[in-house]
Design a protein around this ligand. Structure first.
Ligand SMILES: C[S@@+](CC[C@H](N)C(=O)[O-])C[C@H]1O[C@@H](n2cnc3c(N)ncnc32)[C@H](O)[C@@H]1O
Length: 216
């Protein structure tokens, strides 16, 4: 189904792009995840055990509204561009008129993803190429610190994964649990990789560190 048609069904406007005015090289421009990618994601990944989804660099909120509508999940979007953030809020007002029956909250926060304080309920994190790997590392480290403090299983959903992101994630305790190809893709990056860090692995790591302290 065409992008505008699904937008209309949800009561939102998320098509188009927005470049950063100062040609910011660290932050990517706005462009929504194509609906065909969200369709294949939700057909293959059922968000079981997910308490809250955070979309880092949420733009006009397409991913947040789509997942909220499909799974009735709490979602939070973080956006650093003030104009784009305002558009996400306008979309929320219009979407809420159509989705009165879904009690789960949708929240948008204006600010930098790397400054977002991870909540202990957050356990699924979405990224569509929002920023450079330098910033991605900061966000991933914030997630890792949060799960060390409040152990829980967490997933990272990465659409259009950049090689630098994949390289960095190989150095972390996250492991790949699924790779989903987008149908009719013309570009090899048009896929979704889902990484997981299991609660048991966090606890096992902490125990290993404690043992090491006793032994030496
Ligand atoms: C490629 S768009 C993805 C939009 C949305 N996640 C989606 O998939 O439909 C990336 C978004 O990240 C935002 N962004 C870039 N750097 C950011 C940062 N440091 N913190 C928060 N948002 C950021 C951009 O303004 C843009 O709206």
């Amino acid at each position: 189904m065409a992008e505008r048609k699904i937008d209309k069904m949800l009561g939102i406007r998320t098509t188009g792009m927005r470049e950063w005015k100062d040609n910011n090289r660290e932050y990517s421009r706005y462009e929504a995840t194509p609906y065909k990618a969200l369709e294949i994601l939700t057909a293959n990944y059922k968000f079981r055990g997910v308490n809250k989804v955070v979309d880092f660099g949420c733009g006009r909120g397409r991913v947040a509204f789509y997942l909220h509508n499909h799974f009735h999940l709490p979602v939070t979007g973080i956006e650093a561009n003030s104009k784009t953030f305002e558009e996400a809020l306008e979309n929320k007002a219009a979407y809420r008129l159509k989705a009165k029956h879904i009690p789960a909250p949708i929240k948008f926060k204006y600010g930098l993803a790397q400054h977002y304080k991870i909540d202990k309920k957050d356990n699924c994190f979405y990224f569509f190429n929002p920023f450079t790997v330098k910033i991605f590392k900061k966000v991933a480290n914030n997630i890792l610190s949060s799960v060390e403090k409040d152990p829980r299983t967490v997933d990272l959903i990465i659409y259009y994964p950049l090689p630098e992101y994949k390289e960095f994630l190989r150095t972390t305790p996250f492991t790949i649990i699924n790779k989903i190809m987008v149908p009719d893709a013309t570009d090899s990056k048009e896929k979704i990789i889902i990484y997981r860090l299991r609660k048991d692995d966090i606890e096992a790591d902490t125990e290993a560190e404690t043992d090491a302290c006793i032994n030496y």
